[in-house]
Ligand binder design. Structure first.
Ligand SMILES: NC(=O)c1ccc[n+]([C@@H]2O[C@H](COP(=O)([O-])OP(=O)(O)OC[C@H]3O[C@@H](n4cnc5c(N)ncnc54)[C@H](OP(=O)(O)O)[C@@H]3O)[C@@H](O)[C@H]2O)c1
Length: 353
């Protein structure tokens, strides 16, 4: 499947010159541009209309809840015959099934939308360019791509095959933003990528950080590496924060975490609660990186690509050289992400025992 991810990326990049010609003339300016303030970001918008792609997923669902609870209008973009039937109806929610390869089809679903949030599955992260092109054609102002993980600004992380499509998407977004039509009275097309480290609650539930049900864990680089981790609810808060602080978050990566934790700390909280001894094995992330590269070497048909990608995620998330500790450059305050505190993390661990 990853073969298609990279192919889609290449195909979409070929649209660049066409879109440079197209985008300035096809902008649809929203009613909010009629407000008189000279700084477009200072115009007060009563309700933001957001489009959310991948709303039925692990992260999409909490983001959808957060946006609707904040009183926003949400258009969900779902694949044709996708999973959108599992979404609960809401007066501010519209669901549109689209062909994610067709710029025209997606653009017609984005009429009146100011912000697009892409929560597409990891296997689809290399295929976001038609969604970006459609957003530009429809006059969308801010695009939040499917990123939501390791620090893609870190030169080592950026080279990992799981991160490279995200870096390419950011670069595409920046190029598009540069050719977008700026002047004092128009807010051009911009993007914000969100780096949140590991999904903390999801990672505990799935047994990826440590397996709290079986009391087993693979301890990476000794288990004492501090890494940034964020609950799905806090990632959703960060998305809302970006929408509410568009000027301060323009064309950059923002960093959030619910907590900075270590695997050993998570184990200790579990032991404190139930006293059960853990079975652990140790592994270096460099070992895992090499194994994952070897796996990919087998070729797209034979390789276990998902396992390899998880291996690359582990490298990015548990190695300080890959920038897994965001605490020196957090945007929590700006985006309203309060974090958990030690008791909060302890309670979260206990809730999965
Ligand atoms: N930091 C972490 O620990 C971590 C962990 C997991 C994921 N992530 C990141 O978070 C983002 C969202 O991931 P997620 O786990 O929430 O995604 P997910 O649950 O696997 O999928 C989200 C949605 O994407 C849509 N989709 C589009 N193309 C798809 C395809 N080819 N296969 C399957 N679904 C497809 C589906 O919605 P419809 O059926 O409605 O179209 C699906 O419900 C990604 O950027 C991912 O890399 C981060």
């Amino acid at each position: 499947m990853w073969r298609h991810v990279y192919k889609d990326l290449t195909d979409a990049t070929n649209l660049l010159s066409f879109l440079i010609l197209l985008s300035p003339s096809t902008k649809i300016f929203l009613s909010s541009t009629a407000f008189p303030d000279s700084n477009p970001y200072q115009r007060k918008m009563l309700t933001t209309h957001v489009a959310l792609a991948g709303a039925s997923g692990n992260l999409g669902l909490p983001i959808l809840d957060m946006l609707l609870n904040a009183g926003m209008y949400v258009t969900v973009l779902s694949r044709i015959n996708g999973n959108s039937s599992k979404l609960c109806p809401h007066q501010n929610l519209t669901i549109k099934e689209v062909d994610f390869t067709s710029v025209t089809c997606i653009a017609s679903a984005l009429s009146g939308v100011e912000v697009v949030v892409s929560c597409l599955a990891t296997l689809a992260i290399g295929s976001q360019n038609p969604l970006i092109d459609a957003a530009i054609a429809a006059g969308v102002k801010r695009f939040i791509p499917a990123e939501f993980g390791m620090d893609s600004q870190n030169p080592l992380a950026a080279q990992l095959p799981v991160c490279a499509p995200k870096v390419a998407t950011q670069s595409y977004l920046l190029d598009k933003s540069m050719v977008s039509n700026y002047d004092d009275n128009k807010e051009g097309f911009t993007y914000t990528a969100i780096a949140n480290g590991m999904f903390l609650d999801w990672g505990l539930k799935m047994g990826i950080l440590v397996d709290l049900k079986r009391h087993t864990a693979t301890l990476y680089n000794g288990g004492h590496v501090p890494f940034s981790a964020t609950t799905l609810a806090d990632v959703a808060k960060a998305v809302l924060g970006v929408i509410q602080h568009r000027e301060q978050t323009e064309n950059r990566v923002v960093y959030v975490q619910s907590a900075l934790v270590t695997q050993n700390q998570l184990l200790r909280y579990a032991r404190d609660k139930d006293g059960v001894e853990w079975e652990t094995v140790s592994k270096s992330t460099e070992e895992i990186r090499k194994e994952s590269l070897d796996e990919l070497e087998k070729g797209p048909e034979a390789a276990d690509v998902e396992a390899a990608m998880l291996g690359f995620c582990i490298c990015g998330m548990w190695d300080v050289e890959y920038g897994c500790d965001f605490s020196a450059h957090l945007d929590n305050g700006l985006l309203g992400v309060e974090g958990l505190g030690e008791d909060g993390v302890r309670n979260l661990v206990e809730s999965f025992l």
